[in-house]
Design a protein around this ligand. Structure first.
Ligand code: PBG
Length: 329
């Protein structure tokens, strides 16, 4: 080799030097931890396809929230499973609904933890769709009012931020207007802007009991083949008043994360969904992958692609790995 040339390996030999020139750092402060809440007391029911994740009653949820906050995780993202479902998903915007009760309980006991709520109807509707169904069709505009009502009721219960995931057109604007009218001008919106119709939500639908009872979500969630359309979706949400935009899922859409980061100046979240968690857990259990390292490599890749915020069921495991210095091996 010629003298004086750049030899990349010079900076790879020593662990401390590798660490010094590392471009991407994943920290606890980047993470949002999704949790599922059910009615009852003392309930801690493991989710079949998500080992290590549970449906929890409010008392158990509060314990987990305290634990997460103690580890330095700044935020949780709440999903509720109601006792009863109906055609209009009324449990989603009931004043004493499961999420409204859960938010009050967590904010009472762990006030310093940010509570973000998923705003959608699918867990609350008997048909399992994210909007109002008429003649077998998911109707956009009649859904907006219900989504906006849900967001306001979450914020009134004390939610620090609302996160609409329904993918109806115009919902961010409808929510912003409703929040402002309710004098909740300070409540930010994290919009699931580029949310794809993905099979990677499979394990979540078991956890949240939100599988559509007919058809699928392709008339409202995005076609996985589309990238330009994701930029249009994000631009719309920014115009309508989104404070944080999101790409979901994360791993199969790293290119979308990277484009969104380059094109928009807003904070960007990426949701590493249930199926991404399940894949890594399953391969780890089978002994086919080093689970801890696969987890960290995946999460770091999401940040490297451009996400500021990483929503992951691995939040606690990731913090423990970061503390052990696992990301810097
Ligand atoms: C509700 C919602 C879903 C997820 C987040 N919010 C499911 C869906 O759209 O079917 C998926 C999260 C995950 O898979 O971890 N609309």
């Amino acid at each position: 080799m010629a003298q004086g040339v750049y030899r990349p390996r010079r900076l790879r030999e020593k662990a401390l030097l590798r660490k010094m020139v590392r471009e991407t750092a994943l920290t606890a402060a980047d993470l949002v931890y999704p949790l599922f809440v059910v009615h009852g007391r003392g309930v801690r029911q493991e989710i079949g396809a998500m080992p290590g994740q549970y449906q929890r009653s409010i008392d158990e949820l509060v314990k987990e929230a305290k634990d997460a906050a103690g580890m330095g995780i700044p935020a949780i993202l709440l999903f509720g499973i109601p006792e009863e479902k109906d055609a209009r998903g009324s449990g989603a915007y009931a004043e004493d609904g499961i999420i409204q009760q859960a938010v009050r309980a967590v904010k009472d006991t762990v006030p310093d933890l940010l509570v973000v709520t998923d705003v959608c109807l699918c867990e609350y509707t008997s048909h399992g769709h994210c909007g109002v169904v008429e003649d077998g069709v998911v109707k956009n505009d009649p859904t907006l009012e219900l989504i906006a009502r849900t967001a306001v009721s979450h914020a009134e219960a004390g939610a620090d931020m609302v996160a609409p995931s329904d993918m109806m057109d115009g919902r961010v604007g409808a929510i912003r207007e409703a929040l402002d009218e309710a004098s909740l001008v300070e409540t930010p919106i994290m919009a699931y802007s580029a949310k794809y119709a993905s099979c990677f939500y499979g394990p979540f639908r078991e956890a949240a009991q939100s599988t559509p009872q007919f058809g699928d979500r392709r008339s409202y969630q995005m076609d996985p083949a589309n990238g330009l359309e994701a930029m249009r979706e994000i631009a719309l949400d920014v115009d309508e008043g989104a404070d944080i935009v999101m790409v979901k899922p994360a791993l199969p859409y790293l290119d979308i994360i990277s484009r969104a980061k380059a094109e928009f100046g807003l904070p960007l979240a990426a949701y590493s969904v249930s199926g991404e968690y399940a894949m890594i857990r399953a391969a780890g259990r089978l002994g086919w992958l080093d689970e801890g390292r696969a987890m960290m490599e995946a999460l770091v890749s999401i940040k490297r692609a451009g996400a500021d915020i990483v929503i992951t069921y691995f939040a606690k495991d990731a913090v423990r790995a970061i503390e052990r210095g696992l990301e810097s091996r």
